[in-house]
Design a protein around this ligand. Sequence first.
Ligand code: C5P
Length: 229
Amino acid sequence: MPVPIVALDFQTASEALAMVERLGDACRFYKVGSELFTAAGPQVVETLRSLGSDVFLDLKLHDIPNTVLGAARSAAQLGVRLLTVHASGGQEMVKAAVEGAGEKCGILGVTILTSFDAPGLGMAWGRGKVDVRREVIRLAGIAHMAGAHGVVCGGREAGALGRKYGPGLRLLVPGIRAENAPADDQKRTVTPAAAAKAGATYVVLGRMVTRAADPRSAMLAANLKPDAG
Ligand code: C5P
């Protein structure tokens, strides 16, 4: 059963913390991404930690190895449990992130964003045809070789990654939607149940929870077990 992580994609700390209060014990793990971190900074991470929640800092770092090492070290000092870097930054960069993060903060390598489908990716990369699954497997290999805790992937690729790299490479799956719900800007969506079946270690629940009329009910309907890890 994957650990659910709710994405606090809000403009202010007060909106984010109001959502945490509404969810109560239905969620113990929160994702702080670039929107909230840019607005509210490390303080919001510290507040979430003081409330007893685990924090996934989703900054999707991509820079020279020395800079990424420093950023990962700073994130680990804040007490975050998970931090993302782009696997396409290369093995040396991901390795630097792992070194900077130390034992207590797991580095996740982002493979191909779930907002991409094959034509969109081909366009972005200036290539006619791109096999998304093949690229996800290739990029996950970089993260694996670099000693990352895991990777971020679409639910549709999770099964293949589990078979290829085994349980040592954890799988975090965003782009989660209830059956027949609108995909918004996401392209490679799956239901919570499909992500669980594919072997996801963690799932990120975003708008399907935070934009629901009743977020707590939407969270409980996903039928996942909250766990502070
Ligand atoms: O609202 P929604 O469920 O689409 O939110 C998905 C969340 O997961 C967003 O915060 C987004 O930044 C994040 N994410 C993603 N795809 C990735 C990595 C992270 O959608 N590959």
